[in-house]
Ligand binder design. Sequence first.
Ligand SMILES: C[S@@+](CC[C@H](N)C(=O)[O-])C[C@H]1O[C@@H](n2cnc3c(N)ncnc32)[C@H](O)[C@@H]1O
Length: 279
Amino acid sequence: MLFDFLKQIGRSSAPTDDGHPVEAAPTADDMLSRALLDPVEWIAHEHPQRPAGELVDIWAKIPGGFKWHHYFPVYEKIFGPLRGTPLKILEIGVYRGASLKLWRAYFHPDSRIVGIDIDTTCARYEDAANNIFVRIGSQADDAFLQAVVQEFGPFDLIIDDGSHRSAHMLASFNALFLTGLKPEGIYFVEDTHANFWASWMDSAVSFVDVAKHLVNHMHGHHSDTHKFYAFMLGDVRRQPVMSVPLITTLIDEIRFFDSIVVVYKKPKPTPPVVELLAT
Ligand SMILES: C[S@@+](CC[C@H](N)C(=O)[O-])C[C@H]1O[C@@H](n2cnc3c(N)ncnc32)[C@H](O)[C@@H]1O
């Protein structure tokens, strides 16, 4: 039956030496309709329109930075709701200090903005009078990151705009998500397209693939039917305790954009209880 299905979608492969066909395992694409995979031609714009919005207006006045146009609507969507309260923000990757100035102008004026960078010349972008601090070290150095968290954290928002190497993205996430981010903090990783560039992909599994896997962990309590029933009100199989990985209890939401991954942390002390409500 699988073979018929693969033949239908054109994925049955040539017979081996002994004459038996080798069945290629179906891929996720094989589960999508052909219509969704039809090729489409994209035509380059010679004069692309600048996105609108307050962040773009601020950015246009700050020298020394480069940002993809399509990031600005994402920033507005994710960061807009945070503007009302003072935040502790950590940004990995200072470069010429442009984004530190952008966040300074955009977020609540009492927010504290901390930038880290491996390049020692970035120290010049510290502006303590304006609550902007810079520390020098690597985003892959756990001891350095813990010292930054000790000094300034935990943070409401962590933005990784550093080396864009997959191994570094993972190292920083592992070092910061649990203890460097507040219980209801947001972890924002940009330029994740670099995970798709062979020369930047320096981990066995890419950060994006790990982020996709976090979706599985977010569903850790649904991962087998016995667990699912364990907390269900009134069910005879109901049990008072179930075991899940810590990460299952920490993730509220994961958002994927072109080149950006956002992980929302929020404690989930118990799984959702299923109760059928009579109307
Ligand atoms: C894309 S730039 C940051 C741009 C800045 N966020 C902005 O928008 O204005 C990347 C920065 O990451 C820094 N970087 C590279 N490797 C690093 C590492 N291992 N740890 C920390 N920073 C690193 C580079 O020195 C560079 O300044």
